[in-house]
Design a binder for this molecule. Structure first.
Ligand SMILES: Nc1ncnc2c1ncn2[C@@H]1O[C@H](COP(=O)(O)OP(=O)(O)OP(=O)(O)O)[C@@H](O)[C@H]1O
Ligand SMILES: [Mg+2]
Length: 503
């Protein structure tokens, strides 16, 4: 690769925000036809570096060099004109517009007299959608799509440009395995066409599967570049967080208390049916299955967001009907939702208020008014979860993606629930913080909380759970104890191989 010219190069980039030196002299380059991973802890500066490259932020110092020519990126349009395309971590689509309008926004095909050529627009769009094997068409309103499908629209938009470099900022966070493999095919095609790819992700598996080189940032500083084929997860982790992690199964098991939550024959057709399980105080019950297996919907039902059509929910041995989230919270159930943006956070509000915001309007009194001042609560969870922010006054929208997720977790923990449900707790979270969150889940159980963990990551459920419920297509296929579960029998159970067996 050394005889080639980089597709683009960043040199000595410095970017400061009030109170934060987000980038401290970072250099980075990507070759044509290379997939180059950019890794680092939450808040390390990855997205900021890409925003500098995309003209969204102007650097305080440093140069951007495209084809050996220094350029000033005045804004996203200029970056695009230079063939630099982004798939952002936070979606940036217009929900009211159709898929086609979003993809060709600003460049809609015109007929005579400047009228939009709708026919051509739809045809052009459908060609790209077909390539991506998605199940929606050009006329679908973006707001009606799932987060994963919106992500696919972002990807489609990138494919319309004659790109020199494409930047993927955590593109797989909300994709299913099938969508992921389509994405990896798209990346391979771009690579063959000589496009330089910058790939940001916290998922080591993916990084080792699709990238050629890995560059690491730490606290805004460049730490080095490794050849993927010649390095290991341990080495990358060491470079990212300055230590290696012990990822073995947590050994500290403790006595379990009484059954905190029991569910009998719970149904909400067609989402799930005949769901029965119990979880004791001090126990972590994992829910594993493919996206769409019904796990999130069960959580939502327990949290009063859906009405079950049949079945019973018992808390501390007593049957309850949970009418609303306020009701769930009053009964000691908290839910850390899957989609932090839609359900968890107000981006234009500061960190403290997001964390201590009463969850529901009428929840201003009762057992969940936290002790101490709100700032003290914020400080407590900032330390516990290692949230990186200059202070509580920072707007949540200015935090890095992973740190936003930590604010959501802190918010629900600060309500001291008896039953805590966490749905994909470490999505978008770096390896170091991930293991901290896993330890935190185990600690909460040790303190007597009953914890339900929904996760699509097998190592995660295996690591934190005392027992694991394997789901397939709205049904429980099997419940495993930590002692009997293996990767193989878990995969079998969630693929629907073999019939359902009693828990
Ligand atoms: N607009 C902004 N105003 C103030 N601070 C910001 C702004 N954007 C980013 N920061 C800060 O800059 C630092 C780097 O953030 P960045 O989003 O680049 O991290 P990241 O490496 O992408 O993390 P993650 O893995 O969580 O996405 C963080 O401390 C963040 O809070
Ligand atoms: Mg980021």
């Amino acid at each position: 690769m050394t005889d080639q010219t980089p597709a683009l190069r960043l040199e000595g980039i410095v970017k400061t925000f009030p109170g934060v030196r987000a980038l401290d002299g970072v250099s980075f380059s990507v070759m044509p036809g290379e997939v180059h991973a950019l890794m680092g802890e939450n808040g390390a500066g990855k997205s900021t570096l890409m925003k500098v490259l995309g003209g969204i932020h102007q650097p305080d110092e440093g140069r951007i060099i495209v084809n050996e020519v220094p350029v000033v990126m005045s804004g996203p349009l200029e970056a695009k004109a230079k063939g630099i395309v982004f798939i952002h971590q936070e979606l940036s689509l217009a929900e009211e517009l159709t898929v086609a309008e979003n993809i060709y926004l600003g460049e809609l095909p015109r007929k005579r007299f400047g009228l939009v050529d709708w026919h051509k627009l739809d045809a052009m769009t459908n060609v790209i959608l077909k390539k991506l094997k998605v199940g929606f068409d050009a006329k679908t309103r973006v707001g009606d799509l799932s987060i994963a499908n919106q992500q696919m629209v972002e990807i489609a938009r990138a494919l319309t440009v004659d790109a020199k470099a494409v930047i993927f900022d955590e593109p797989t966070a909300s994709l299913t395995d099938a969508e992921k493999s389509v994405l990896f095919d798209v990346i391979a095609d771009l690579q063959k066409a000589g496009v330089g790819i910058i790939y940001i992700s916290h998922r080591m598996e993916e990084i080792f599967k699709i990238t050629d080189r890995i560059s690491v940032l730490r606290d805004g500083q460049y730490r080095g570049t490794l050849d993927t084929a010649e390095t290991s997860e341990e080495e990358v982790t060491q470079l990212m967080i300055g230590r290696t992690l012990d990822l073995s199964r947590s050994a500290s098991r403790h006595e379990l208390g009484d059954v905190a939550l029991e569910v009998r024959g719970l149904c909400c057709k067609p989402l799930f049916e005949d769901i029965s399980f119990e979880v004791r105080a001090g126990e972590v019950l994992g829910f594993y299955g493919l996206v769409g297996a019904g796990r999130t919907e069960i959580a939502e039902t327990l949290f009063g967001l859906r009405d079950p059509s049949a079945g019973q929910i018992l808390l501390g041995g007593e049957e309850v009907r949970i009418q609303s989230p306020a009701d769930a919270i009053a009964r000691g159930i908290s839910l850390v939702p899957e989609d932090r943006k839609g359900q968890g956070l107000i981006l234009g509000m500061n960190c403290r208020d997001n964390m201590t915001l009463p969850q529901v309007d009428d929840l201003t009194a009762g057992p969940f008014v936290a002790e101490g001042s709100e700032v003290a609560i914020f400080d407590q969870y900032r330390d516990k979860l290692d949230i990186r922010t200059p202070g509580w006054k920072q707007l949540v929208g200015n935090l890095s993606g992973g740190n936003q997720q930590k604010i959501v977790i802190g918010k629900w923990l600060s309500m001291h629930p008896q039953v805590l449900i966490v749905d994909e707790p470490t999505r978008g979270i770096d390896v170091g913080s991930k293991s901290e969150i896993h330890n935190l889940i185990r600690d909460l159980a040790a303190q007597g909380y009953a914890v339900l963990v929904i996760s699509s990551e097998m190592p995660e459920v295996l690591h934190v759970s005392d027992r694991i419920v394997a789901m397939y297509s709205g049904r429980i296929m099997r419940t495993f104890t930590a002692g009997e579960v293996t990767e193989d029998n878990l995969i079998q159970a969630i693929s629907g191989i073999g019939g359902a067996t009693a828990a």
